[in-house]
Design a protein around this ligand. Structure first.
Ligand SMILES: Cc1cc2nc3c(=O)[nH]c(=O)nc-3n(C[C@H](O)[C@H](O)[C@H](O)COP(=O)(O)O)c2cc1C
Length: 454
């Protein structure tokens, strides 16, 4: 691999990983089939609770090597953010407001190969089919960079793409998210929306793409904040958009106005294969990539996907709840659509306020459980214990009907329309006034040696 450079990019991160924690980087030389085999290796390792970065050198039908599991461990994400696993959310929040301006450069490694018009062929990319229910090959680690037609601010989000032909894909845009809103603004003027789909960047840049903030926040600046240095960007060949100069691959195209075609079924992050839906069409007019580009793939619904989504969401929720309750202590996303939040409750009612703040801050949230600060939200047993012993269902459960949530939630009757539930599992009226826990005297617990008894 060439081009390590000073810029922090995917290959610099992989080089660092190989040098410092070689067991965390597994190179697979055996040729693999793009249909199910890559996901099978990820899934089989996951059954054994192993989640190393996987570098597949030879994937049948393509010249691009494929990297999976880049973000499948909190330790690797912490390395990307120059912190510890426990410090991830605080680090994320600490750098977020810095807003580091991207640095515009004339050209970069991503432009080593430029393919336009007739040269464009999405079928040259790895045609990865992840699960047996999928309608076809999908690009699952594409970061869509687009510009607000009204304000000109940049947004970045992961949007999966079904490959539908040499220059045609179908993107999934969640209703209400920023890319959907940009597309709606462009479509109302009968205009296409320019989109650059960026594949293969430093994991800190990936974390920036999952940031859920205000539509007024420029996500290229957020990527720089998370990287700890300005993101070097180059202008696309055919679009008025700037993309990471050290990305591996960029697909340049437009979302066509007033066109929808069937997409799916697709095995989603929820663990379910969702049926066919009419979706927006992405017409690709150029592909730029590094000479020896690496293709980044995310096995949908596995740790790579779930952890990458969770960290920015945990940070966003922490920030939102903290605005309402300064004494919030931790946030965890343990499952799709679910948050556990711990607070140091200082006044009656703050449990419900935390629920309201969280549900207001994250579209996908359906379940919120709020516990006291003595409960470790990273330990499911402790959360279940609080639910069992501190909750009176008729008093502590809040249900809000007819809200918008994820259109990928298979339990809804109408796509994306869901009720939301919050459970205030804090002790009432306060932890101090609640029935005390029984305890073995802590000094005795420290002092005794089991060898003396067993
Ligand atoms: C691997 C991965 C795939 C994702 N795929 C999609 C997708 O297909 N459509 C979508 O709307 N959001 C998808 N998301 C979630 C968005 O990237 C995320 O909600 C992002 O914060 C949206 O950006 P926004 O808040 O700026 O709109 C995905 C996230 C990850 C990590």
């Amino acid at each position: 691999m060439e081009g390590k450079g000073l810029q922090m990019d995917l290959r610099a991160f992989m080089d660092e990983l190989q040098a410092e924690t070689p067991a965390d980087f597994v190179r697979i030389r055996k040729p693999v089939h793009p249909r199910f085999e890559l996901t099978a290796v990820v899934a089989k390792l996951e059954q054994q609770r192993r989640r190393p970065l996987l570098y597949f050198e030879r994937v049948e039908g393509t010249s691009f090597p494929v990297v999976c599991n880049l973000t499948a461990s909190r330790t690797r994400l912490a390395r990307a953010m120059r912190t510890t696993p426990a410090g991830l959310v605080q680090r994320y929040l600490q750098v977020l407001h810095e807003g580091v301006e991207p640095h515009r450069v004339d050209t970069g490694p991503v432009k080593q190969v430029i393919l336009r018009d007739e040269q464009v062929n999405l079928l040259d990319l790895p045609q990865i089919v992840h699960h047996q229910e999928d309608a076809g090959p999908y690009v699952t680690a594409g970061i869509a960079i687009a510009r607000d037609p009204d304000t000109g601010l940049n947004n970045a989000s992961f949007n999966r793409m079904m490959i539908k032909g040499r220059n045609k894909g179908s993107l999934h845009l969640t209703t209400g998210k920023h890319l959907w809103e940009f597309y709606r603004r462009a479509e109302s003027r009968n205009q296409p929306l320019e989109v650059a789909l960026v594949i293969g960047v430093h994991p800190a840049v990936e974390l920036g793409a999952v940031h859920t903030g205000s539509i007024q926040e420029d996500e290229l600046k957020i990527m720089g904040s998370l990287l700890g240095k300005p993101l070097e960007v180059v202008r696309c060949e055919t679009l008025d958009l700037w993309v990471p100069a050290h990305a591996e691959i960029v697909l340049e195209g437009v979302l066509l106005p007033h066109v929808r075609e069937e997409e799916g079924p697709f095995g989603e992050f929820t663990g379910y294969a969702l049926g066919t839906r009419p979706r927006e069409i992405f017409q690709v007019q150029a592909i730029i990539h590094r000479r020896d580009a690496v293709f980044r793939d995310i096995a949908v619904g596995h740790a790579d996907h779930l952890l990458l989504s969770s960290i920015p969401m945990e940070a966003n929720l922490f920030r939102a709840v903290q605005a309402m309750i300064p004494s919030v202590t931790a946030v965890r996303i343990p499952a799709p659509f679910t948050a556990y939040i711990s607070i140091q409750k200082r006044a009656v009612g703050q449990g419900v306020n935390a629920i309201l703040a969280a549900l207001g801050a994250e579209l996908y949230l359906k379940w919120v459980v709020v516990v006291d600060h003595d409960i470790d939200v990273f330990d499911d047993r402790q959360v279940r214990w609080a639910l069992a012993t501190r909750v009176q269902p008729d008093r502590d459960v809040v249900i809000l009907p007819n809200a918008r949530g994820s259109d990928l939630d298979p339990s809804t009757l109408e796509d994306g329309v869901t009720s939301k539930i919050g459970i205030d599992a804090t002790a009432h009226p306060s932890l101090e006034q609640f029935t005390p826990r029984h305890r073995v005297p802590p000094d005795l617990l420290d002092k005794i040696k089991l060898e003396d008894y067993l």
